[in-house]
Ligand binder design. Structure first.
Ligand SMILES: [Zn+2]
Length: 222
């Protein structure tokens, strides 16, 4: 049974951890469009040079270029012995990209097995991610939920008052969450209509979240 999966989830929902565990268990390969682009640039190929120009101009790499890279990567993987499936990372983000991915998979006699949506409420995401506090002096990072300093608000090593980096502030996290929902909502509806979306509540410890995802996959794989 080949599993071709996409994981979706807001920042802080544990998507990376769950995807990694599933890939290990089912021997799936990750296809990350970001990695493909970086690898091409590092190779210094003609395409790599083009990509490097596009990115240094702060522009987005076009869907058609990404599509070509995905096609050639998938060709390599599918022809390997023991191919058991892929997890797509960073792609698709839009409906046109999702349709393109369908076409790419079809041309390799593959199809998307499922899109697993790890849900998490904004309150939970903000609470989890805004627990990070940093020491301005020694840069040590604390987590008030899992690794609090011995004295509240002070660094263990040098007693300096801890602060929150902008990225760790509740308002920044809350905004990131809103952006994710706004951008991902159409994609979620798209896959829901196709009957491919499986969602579960990710507001549980990582082990339980992984077990939940594996339960969903076990059902599909039947
Ligand atoms: Zn310190």
């Amino acid at each position: 049974m080949v599993l071709n999966l996409i994981f979706l989830g807001p920042p802080g929902a544990g998507k990376g951890t769950v995807a990694q565990a599933v890939m290990d268990k089912y021997k799936l390969v990750q296809i990350s469009t970001g990695d493909l682009i970086r690898a091409e640039v590092a190779k210094g190929s003609d395409l790599g040079k083009k990509l490097s120009v596009i990115m240094s101009a702060g522009q987005l790499v076009s869907d058609s270029i990404v599509s070509e890279m995905l096609k050639s990567e998938l060709s390599k993987l599918v022809s390997k012995k023991g191919f058991s499936g892929v997890v797509f990372d960073g792609f698709p983000r839009t409906i046109p990209q999702a349709e393109m991915l369908n076409g790419i998979l079809l041309s390799h006699k593959q199809k998307l097995t499922s899109v697993i949506y790890i849900e998490s409420s904004k309150e939970k995401v903000v609470a989890r991610l805004s627990a990070r506090w940093t020491c301005p002096k020694c840069k040590k990072v604390y987590n008030t939920l899992t690794m609090p300093p011995k004295k509240s608000g002070l660094c263990n090593d040098d007693n300096t008052a801890l602060y929150q980096r902008d990225d760790d502030k509740p308002e920044t996290i809350s905004k990131r969450y809103d952006v994710f929902i706004e951008k991902t909502h159409p994609l979620i509806e798209f896959y829901e209509k196709k009957g491919l979306l499986k969602r579960y509540d990710g507001n549980v410890p990582p082990k339980e979240s992984i077990a939940e995802a594996e339960k969903i996959i076990a059902k599909i794989a039947k």
